[in-house]
Design a protein around this ligand. Structure first.
Ligand SMILES: C[S@@+](CC[C@H](N)C(=O)[O-])C[C@H]1O[C@@H](n2cnc3c(N)ncnc32)[C@H](O)[C@@H]1O
Length: 406
């Protein structure tokens, strides 16, 4: 066993651990489904062992620790009172209020903000440290390219869950993009799933998701149909499966699927779920055309998919979700803010608009984020036939619950 596999094996678990984590399998009944509560802040040792990941060597880990620390310092600096006062002083000198909504466009807000030296330096540092994060993670994993590709090939055909790959899948241009600056993006680097998971966990999420804690928190908060029946679940845009496997932990008796456009991502998702011993299935397909039958799922979920998708594609995905949900079934949406939420909307101030423009352009290359944030997503769901409600907000991102009328 190569070192990487050994370390991964240390950090993952057998089916026995998975069963210990989720409880023993029970026969499916016609009543409400078993729904296991998992507290992300009090994971058991077995759960941590199952969910943690490590690099093979300490060297890249230490580099990514540096990235994390650097981002924290920058974030603290940017969020400090002194920094806020500097922004206020600067904008006041330009005749603009930092706290009030502005008619300036996102681009003009950004252009105004970057004329301030400390602000511009902070953006530049954030952007550069992000490319260091990808570069270091990518180089470390590609040093083991041969072994990792062999491990993927082996796991492609192993269980307990299925992996359905589509070599002929037509990848939309928008999905080929090097989003977040990731080299090769979601589709272009065969080790993209390994790279994403290692880099994002250690770099972006900065100690808040070493064992999928973030993902467990919001998957625990997904709404379910009022009859409590959750026999089939689909997670669209499932990436490395971190938003999918917690749904199997929560609903151990359900048939759980993840669906994803990037083959490198979904192969890794399957590899990881199989290592965990979790019976989760993955389909390489477009959320626009899932190829599942009508009225099939009780629950469809997404996490951080839509802000990365072009508006014309969103217009195809929403009716597709409606089609595959059974009457009374629920779509639980969890993403960044849009218009149309009754209590919390995207910022319309100069600093807020500048931040969004930076994320869209220079820092994260999230080309469609601006259009998504300006759209009324809940209204789009209503127009497709859903009844929309808003559960209490959780940290950072927000749930929207869309129910297909019974
Ligand atoms: C930010 S990632 C989130 C991944 C995962 N849900 C999580 O929370 O870790 C968004 C994922 O959506 C996938 N994606 C984007 N457009 C898609 C589409 N049209 N159909 C299926 N997957 C898509 C991307 O490839 C990417 O893996």
């Amino acid at each position: 066993m190569v070192d990487m596999e050994r370390r991964t094996a240390l950090a993952t678990a057998s089916a026995a651990i998975a069963a210990a984590t989720t409880g023993s399998a029970a026969a499916k009944t016609s009543g409400p489904s078993r729904d296991v509560k998992i507290d992300p802040n009090n994971l058991t040792d077995a759960q941590k062992k199952m969910l943690g990941i490590r690099f093979r060597k300490l060297d890249p880990e230490s580099h990514l620790d540096f990235v994390t620390g650097f981002r924290r310092v920058l974030g603290r600096q940017g969020g400090s009172r002194a920094s806020a006062e500097e922004v206020q002083r600067y904008l006041k000198s330009k005749g603009v209020s930092a706290g009030q909504d502005t008619d300036l466009s996102h681009e003009d807000s950004w252009n105004l903000m970057v004329q301030n030296g400390p602000y511009a330096a902070q953006l530049r540092l954030m952007c550069s440290i992000q490319s260091v994060m990808w570069d270091r993670a990518s180089r470390a994993l590609h040093a083991d390219r041969h072994d990792l590709l062999a491990a993927l090939e082996k796991s492609d055909v192993s269980g307990p869950g299925k992996l359905e790959l589509d070599p002929d899948l037509e990848i939309p241009d928008t999905a080929r993009h090097e989003i977040h600056q990731q080299p090769g993006g979601y589709c272009g680097d065969p080790l993209g799933g390994f790279v994403y998971h290692h880099a994002v966990t250690q770099g972006f999420r900065a100690g808040t998701a070493d064992h999928d804690e973030n993902h467990i928190e919001y998957t625990q908060a997904h709404a379910k149909p009022t009859d409590g029946m959750v026999n089939r679940i689909l997670d669209i845009g499932c990436g490395t499966g971190q938003s999918t496997t917690p749904m199997k932990m929560r609903f151990p008796d359900a048939e759980v699927w993840g669906l994803e456009v990037g083959a490198p991502m979904i192969r890794y998702a399957h590899y990881r779920a199989a290592k965990m011993g979790l019976d989760v299935n993955f389909r390489h397909a477009l959320a626009e055309n899932t190829k599942f039958p009508d009225n099939h799922f009780d629950l469809v979920t997404d996490h951080l998919l839509f802000h990365e998708v072009a508006p014309d594609r969103i217009a195809m995905i929403v009716p597709e979700i409606f089609r595959i949900l059974r009457p009374g079934g629920v779509f639980s949406h969890h993403d960044l803010l849009t218009e149309g939420h009754p209590t919390i909307q995207p910022s319309h101030t100069v600093p807020g608009k500048a931040r969004l423009w930076e994320t869209r352009r220079h820092n994260n290359y999230e080309t469609h984020y601006l259009a998504y944030s300006q759209s009324d997503f809940p209204e789009q769901l209503r127009k497709a036939g859903f009844e929309v409600s808003f559960p209490p907000p959780t940290t950072g991102t927000r749930h929207v619950t869309a129910t297909k009328p019974a």
